[in-house]
Every structure is written in structure tokens, then in C-alpha cells.
Design a protein. Structure first.
Lengths: 594, 188
């Protein structure tokens, strides 16, 4: 049956350079002397290391636990000894280091016990957790955790799309995987279909891979599964998820929405294979198929353990002496590696050894002539020259208005640009710059909020203290005011003031100290101390209390505790008399003052 | 004639009511210029500008009481943005207020910390957690790097650590190669 196929806008037809690496079957790459496994290999949180230097690990043992649900675990690719858990240079253009686990293989390849599971008897959430803990991510290059995509839409007829288009030049890892392990891919697709509740399963393969399409058809027949292999015209970037969905179903997924909402979900064939291995065989994701091509004698596909240095692969394939660069991914969307020894990670579908002869330096960049050749080829229906203009002018708001974030960085525009403008570099620059600004802004906003809350809290505390103090001083006004006159303020004064304040404190709404007995000598300093210097108006009184307290401390007897009752009564009497005298003195003072 | 007058009068009443309602409903809270300036300031809350926080400085700028080049954490870029916003001339950072430093976070040496709580009281954004006589620590993502917690610490156990670039925060270089004048080449 012939399906009706749809078309996507633009696209280019570069030299495919695929034949070289499909001549020989996939072979397992021998163990390198060291494996450097970065913990952060997928979109989302960086997994936490679970091992320490010196420990022994088994093949498939979890060494990094997923950080939250948007993350995927990392496993030991082989058995051996952990040499270090330290930052190492990542397979990333920046050349920055990230926390990695360095393993020295013992050569035994001793697996940890494997527990295959029967997905049909598992809860969907259980399956998702299993996939997350097995580190399964999209192997097409986006490394998005697969368990997050395996959610069906309840009220929609779902279509599962397996992406075997593999449109980018040089890369043949999916092609070879489909030729050699078609049945296992489809077993993974069975699990996906089960999870998504998908009625239709479409397998999109470009028409330059007839062997792969044939193998997949036969596998579907052998498994008795109704899965349609659809051959699509070869045109870069037909393998982009959105482009393939468009070609196969005619659905256009708008930016910012998930394809599930439109009843489609698209996975790479390599991901399907990984899901099969995880659930049916119990093996976590520790290796993948990597195409090694370019400036090498024997380009081919290897099954490579994560953490294997790229230079190891290039050497295996017979890298030529004039190789001067290593590219991860294809020539259109790939990234230049900071050095040849960076490890293969989950995102590494292809390693291209490059030389000056193979990729001559581009001719100098000329001004944009607004020929709109880039517009004609943009598969995302964007206006690359406008985005370029605003990115170059660092007018990021405008660049976003031209839907910068819809750009899939396919490189078609730069490929056709007669002015040789490295357009994608501008888009990548603008995107990372915008992200950085958003991060800064979020941090500043949170700091502002926290600062404002702190200021508010301090205000509130100040008010509360002031209210407390007001209540205190209202009760102890007479004596307290009196103490502003230092000469006439003997020790007992403070005692009374404090006692009065303490009593008052017992009556206010939020007392910080329990009511103090009026006679207790020791209560004076305590109360005086708790009285805060909050209100400037009361500062004077405060100072006086403080001074009196010091005086009293200097002269007051320390042995008042064990006095007889008679003595106490006598003291109280004297104090009362003193108070009366002070009262008189105060009125006298006021008279004198006025 | 009369009906025309009535219609006009009715129109005036209705529109007046609408305007009055709108002025209440869409009342501008606070001073929008202060908010705009405050949005540009980095919110480090360090007080190096001579004001007790970013917002007071923003208020002073908006009133024309302070210059735009007093915020070291905001740096040249911040001054440029302020100059753009206010239509003023760009001027380099006033060195009296400090110099631009790489963004850092404070780290408490937890073995040395005596739990005096003095740093907690100093931190303008509540980025430090701890209790009396307990070890204190800094919640790094909340720390603005203002350095206000350094002086109060009696045992000098707080240090500033510059935040390095990570793979997540790394930015692509600007692809334009700046063309330098020929003299530079000769000199080099
Ligand atoms: S193809 Fe190049 S020169 Fe032509 S409009 Fe696009 S960016 Fe400008
Ligand atoms: S790189 Fe972006 S702008 Fe250029 S053609 Fe591809 S999607 Fe369009
Ligand atoms: S100097 Fe510090 S307090 Fe002042 S505006 Fe800048 S960051 Fe804010
Ligand atoms: S922890 Fe220190 S440096 Fe960081 S915000 Fe608080 S006071 Fe400033």
C-alpha cells in the first residue's frame, strides 16, 4: 500500500558520504585503557555520583543516580576499578570539564546480575522508572530522557514514529543498526507502542537505505507486528523530528507544544533498541553504535562503550596522519571537539576525523546580500537572514521575534549562503546569550524578592519591639523619666524601673520574657537588657537605664539572696522611702527645669 | 438639536465615567522609572553604590540624585543599559565605589565556623542558614556575592569563590571577528 507523503519546506541535498562506512558490519570496539564517563550526558539534572575512587564496579552497575525525574542515570560501561571521580574535559565545544567517573577496566567484562522484566505485567510508572534508572535517553542526538516522552494521550489516536531517516551526511549508525538488529529495534517499538497505546507505528527511512528498509519490513513480518515501513525521499534534514512527523503524517507541531498533543511521538531507532535491551534483557544503556568516518582508512560502525576516547576509535579506523580535528556528529550539525581524547557519550552518533584537505577553511564571510536563498531552504520556515541580522546586532529581542528558538540549527541556510556567512554560529551565539540573560534575570529577581522580604521582616520586628517598649515605658514612665537625671539616680532606681517594665511586659500581647518578680534584684539587668534600643525617642531613657545598671552592678551587694526575711523587709522599706524621696526630687527637678 | 445636545452630553458622561474608572483600575503603582532602573541593577544588594541596597540607589538615580556609574557588580554593561534608559552619556565605572569583579559566591569553612550567627544578620538576601552555636552554611544559588558577610565573621572563615563557567552556562563566542587597526599588528 502506498501512503500519501507530505512535504516539508526547504532542505538541501548535500553529498551523503555514507557508502564508505556501510561496507563492513558493526564490530565491538576493543576496550580502551581508561574509560572516562561523564555524569551529565542527558538533558536535565546532573546525576549524583554513587561511587568513589578505589571502588570496584561491575559492568552495568549504576555509578550516577538520576537527579530528579528530568534526568537519566549513568552506568559503568565495563567492570573494573574506579580510578577517580573528578572533572574531565567533556565532549562539548566549550572544552570545559565536568564531573566524570574514570574507570580502569579489568578486562573481565563481569556483568552485574541482570533482571529482565516483562513489561506487559508492569505499571506504566514502573516502566518509566526502570527506563530512567537504566539511563535511556534519545540516541538521535538530542539525549532527551525517553521515559518522559513515553506517555500516551488519553483521548487521542496515537501514532508512534520510528525515526530511521538518518539524513545527515557521513552518519550510518542507524542504517547499520536497522540492517543488523531490526528485530530488536521492533521489540523496543512494541514496548513503546504498549506505553503510548499507539495504534499506528510508522518507520520512516530515507530512500537511500533500501537494505535497512528491507530488513525492517522482514523483521515486522517475522514478529507479526503491524508496523509500516515508509520510505521517504532523501533530503536533508528529513530526519529532524518535526520534519519527519510532517512528511509522514502531515502534522505540523507548533513551537512550544509537544507532539503528543497532536497524537504523534517520534523516537530514534537506536532509542527503540536501547529500550528493548533495558526491559527485555535487563541491561542498562552503556554503549551505542558510533560511525567513525572522515579522514580514516577504514570508515565503519563500532559498538562503543560510553567513556571511550574518540581518539581510540579514530586510531582503530586508521586515522590518517594529517587529521587535525575531531567532529562529533555530522558535518552539518556536528560540533568541533576541544581535543581528540574526549569521551564518547550518549549523544555521540558519529565521530568524524577531519583534515584541512577535507574541510578547507571557509572563504571569508561577506556581507549579506539579502538574496533569500537561506529562506528558500529553511525547513523551519524561518527567515534566517533576518535572525542573522539581529543576532549580529545583538538585538536579541528582535531575533526572538523572528522565532530564533524554532531554529533546529540544521545548517541548511549556511550551506547555501553565497556570502559564506556562518549563520548557525550566530544563532547558537544568540541562543546561549539569551539563556544566560534569562538566568541572570531570574537570579536578580529572586535576590530582589528575598531582599525585599528581609527588609519587610526587619521593619516588622522593629515595630514589634517598639510596641513592646512603648508598653513598658508607659508603665514605668515616672521612674524612667526620672533616671534621665544621672546625679539623682541611685541604684535602686533602675531596679524599680526594670521591675515596673517587667510587670508591664507581662501585660503586653507578645512578651519575650516572663513577668519578673518585683523584688528580685537580679531581674533588673535582665529586663534592662531585653529592652531594645529601637525607638530613637526612647534612646535617652534606654541609655539612662544602662548607666544605672552599670552603677548598680558596681555597688549592689551580691549576697542579697540569703538574707533573712527581716532584713529583706528592712531593705524594701528603705527602697520605698528612697522612691518617695526620688519622687519628690523629680517634681522638684521639673519645677526647676520649667 | 436637543437630541444632539443630549447625545453629546450623554457621551461626555459615559466617557468621563470610563476615564475615571480606568484611572482607578489602571493606577500605576509606585514610580515606573524606579522600577525600570531597579530592573537593570544586578540586585546584589552589596551597598557599594553608597546606598543601602539596589532599590534605594535606583530611587536616587531616578530622582537625579546619584550618578549612573556607581554600581560595580553591574559593571560596564549595567552602566550602558542605564545610560540607554535615561538618555544619558555613558561614563566609566567610578573607581571610588569599587571595581568590577568576576561573579563569586561566599563559602563558609564549616570546620572553622563557631556558630556566632553574625553572618546571618549581615546577609541581605537570607542566603545563610545556621543557628547559634551550630555550623552555618551558605545556600550557593541564593548568594549574590555581595561580600557583606565577610567583615562580621570573627574567625574569618568565609571566603569568596568565583563561579566558573560550566557546560550549561557556557556561551558561544560572538562570531564576528573584530577588525583591529593596522598599528596593532605592527606593534605586536
Ligand atoms: S543566503 Fe546569505 S546572503 Fe542570502 S539572504 Fe541569506 S544570509 Fe543573506
Ligand atoms: S539552521 Fe535554523 S535558520 Fe538555518 S535553515 Fe536550519 S532551521 Fe532554518
Ligand atoms: S552597588 Fe550593590 S547595592 Fe548598589 S546597585 Fe549595585 S549591586 Fe545594588
Ligand atoms: S552569603 Fe555573604 S556574599 Fe552571599 S549574599 Fe549573603 S552576605 Fe552576600
Amino acid at each position: 500500500m502506498m501512503r500519501e507523503l507530505f512535504n516539508f519546506h526547504g532542505g538541501v541535498k548535500p553529498e551523503t558520504n555514507k557508502a564508505q562506512s556501510t561496507r563492513e558490519p558493526i564490530v565491538v570496539a576493543p576496550l580502551p585503557p581508561h574509560l572516562v564517563v561523564p555524569l551529565h550526558q542527558s538533558i536535565g539534572g546532573t546525576p549524583h555520583p554513587l561511587v568513589q575512587a578505589g571502588e570496584r564496579v561491575l559492568k552495568g552497575q549504576r555509578i550516577g543516580a538520576a537527579d530528579g525525574n528530568v534526568s537519566a542515570a549513568v552506568h559503568a560501561p565495563t567492570s573494573g576499578k574506579i580510578v577517580a571521580v573528578e572533572p574531565r574535559v567533556m565532549a562539548h565545544t566549550s572544552g570545559l570539564a565536568m564531573l566524570s567517573v574514570v574507570i580502569e577496566p579489568d578486562g573481565e567484562e563481569a556483568w552485574m546480575p541482570l533482571y529482565p522484566s516483562n513489561y506487559r505485567s508492569m505499571q506504566p510508572d514502573e516502566i518509566r522508572d526502570t527506563l530512567r534508572d537504566a539511563g535511556v535517553v534519545g540516541l538521535g542526538g538530542a539525549v532527551f530522557p525517553s521515559h518522559l516522552k513515553l506517555k500516551g494521550a488519553r483521548d487521542k489516536r496515537m501514532t508512534l514514529i520510528l525515526n530511521g531517516a538518518e539524513c545527515e551526511p557521513y552518519i550510518t549508525c542507524d542504517d547499520m543498526l536497522m540492517r543488523e538488529r531490526a528485530q530488536d529495534i521492533l521489540r523496543g517499538a512494541q514496548i513503546m507502542r504498549h506505553m503510548l497505546g499507539a495504534q499506528d507505528v510508522l518507520i520512516g527511512i530515507e530512500d537511500n537505505k533500501p537494505e535497512a528498509a528491507q530488513a525492517m519490513r522482514e523483521a515486522a513480518r517475522a514478529l507479526g507486528e503491524r508496523m509500516d515501513v515508509v520510505v521517504v525521499p532523501t533530503r536533508y534534514p528529513a530526519g529532524g523530528a518535526k520534519q519527519l512527523i510532517r512528511v509522514l503524517t502531515g502534522i505540523e507541531v507548533p513551537h512550544g507544544s509537544r507532539s503528543t498533543d497532536y497524537g504523534v511521538q517520534c523516537f530514534n531507532v537506536g532509542t527503540a533498541y536501547a529500550i528493548h535491551e533495558t526491559l527485555n534483557l535487563g541491561r542498562p544503556l552503556i554503549s551505542r553504535i558510533v560511525t567513525v568516518s572522515g579522514n580514516v582508512e577504514r570508515p565503519r560502525n563500532y559498538e562503543v562503550l560510553f567513556g571511550t576516547p574518540m581518539s581510540h576509535l579514530v586510531k582503530l579506523a586508521g586515522g590518517r596522519p594529517d587529521t587535525d580535528r575531531t567532529i562529533m556528529g555530522g558535518p552539518m550539525m556536528g560540533y568541533l571537539m576541544p581535543n581528540p581524547d574526549v569521551p564518547v557519550v550518549k549523544a555521540t552518533n558519529c565521530v568524524i576525523a577531519g583534515s584541512r584537505a577535507m574541510f578547507p577553511p571557509p572563504p571569508p564571510e561577506m556581507p549579506c546580500i539579502r538574496c533569500t536563498a537561506c529562506v528558500d531552504v529553511c525547513p523551519a520556515d524561518l527567515q534566517p537572514h533576518e535572525m542573522y541580522w539581529f543576532a549580529r546586532a545583538k538585538n536579541f529581542g528582535k531575533a526572538q521575534e523572528y522565532h530564533l528558538f524554532d531554529c533546529i540549527e540544521c545548517g541548511c541556510c549556511a550551506y547555501v549562503c553565497p556570502s559564506h556567512i556562518p549563520l548557525v554560529d550566530y544563532y547558537r551565539f544568540a541562543k546561549t546569550e539569551i539563556w544566560a540573560r534569562e538566568r541572570d534575570k531570574a537570579a536578580a529577581d529572586s535576590a530582589r524578592e528575598r531582599f525585599e522580604f528581609r527588609t519587610f521582616r526587619e521593619e516588622r520586628e522593629k515595630e514589634e519591639k517598639a510596641a513592646k517598649l512603648a508598653a513598658k515605658t508607659a508603665a514605668g514612665r515616672q521612674t524612667a523619666e526620672k533616671k534621665a537625671v544621672p546625679a539623682a539616680a541611685p541604684a535602686g532606681d533602675a531596679l524599680q524601673a526594670a521591675a515596673a517594665a517587667a510587670q508591664a511586659e507581662g501585660t503586653v500581647a507578645t512578651p519575650s520574657a516572663p513577668p519578673q518578680p518585683a523584688t528580685a534584684d537580679l531581674s533588673a539587668p535582665v529586663a534592662a537588657e531585653t529592652a531594645p534600643a529601637a525607638d530613637p525617642k526612647k534612646a535617652l531613657i534606654e541609655a539612662a537605664i544602662e548607666r544605672a545598671r552599670k552603677q548598680r552592678e558596681a555597688v549592689s551587694p551580691k549576697n542579697t539572696d540569703n538574707l533573712s526575711d527581716a532584713k529583706r523587709a528592712e531593705i524594701a522599706e528603705i527602697e520605698a522611702r528612697r522612691a518617695k524621696i526620688r519622687e519628690m526630687a523629680k517634681t522638684h527637678d521639673e519645677d526647676g527645669a520649667s | 438639536m436637543l437630541s444632539a445636545l443630549l447625545i453629546m452630553a450623554l457621551g461626555a458622561v459615559v466617557l468621563g465615567a470610563a476615564l475615571g474608572w480606568a484611572s482607578i483600575k489602571f493606577k500605576v503603582e509606585g514610580d515606573p522609572l524606579v522600577d525600570k532602573v531597579d530592573a537593570i541593577l544586578p540586585q546584589t544588594q552589596c551597598g557599594q553604590c553608597g546606598f543601602p541596597g539596589c532599590r534605594p540607589y535606583a530611587t536616587a538615580i531616578a530622582k537625579g540624585e546619584a550618578d549612573i556609574n556607581q554600581c560595580p557588580p553591574g559593571g560596564e554593561e549595567g552602566i550602558r543599559k542605564l545610560a540607554d534608559l535615561l538618555g544619558r552619556e555613558f561614563k566609566p565605572l567610578n573607581a571610588e565605589h569599587g571595581v568590577e569583579k568576576p561573579k563569586s559566591v561566599a563559602i563558609i569553612d564549616e570546620a572553622t565556623c563557631i556558630g556566632c550567627t553574625l553572618c546571618i544578620q549581615a546577609c541581605p538576601v537570607d542566603a545563610i542558614v545556621g543557628a547559634a552555636k551550630q555550623m552555618h552554611t551558605i545556600v550557593a544559588p541564593l548568594c549574590t556575592g555581595c561580600e557583606l558577610c565577610l567583615p562580621p565573621c570573627p574567625v574569618n572563615c568565609i571566603t569568596m569563590q568565583p563561579i566558573g563557567e560550566t557546560v550549561e552556562t557556557w556561551k558561544w563566542k560572538y562570531p564576528v571577528i573584530e577588525i583591529k587597526p593596522a598599528e596593532d599588528k605592527k606593534a605586536a
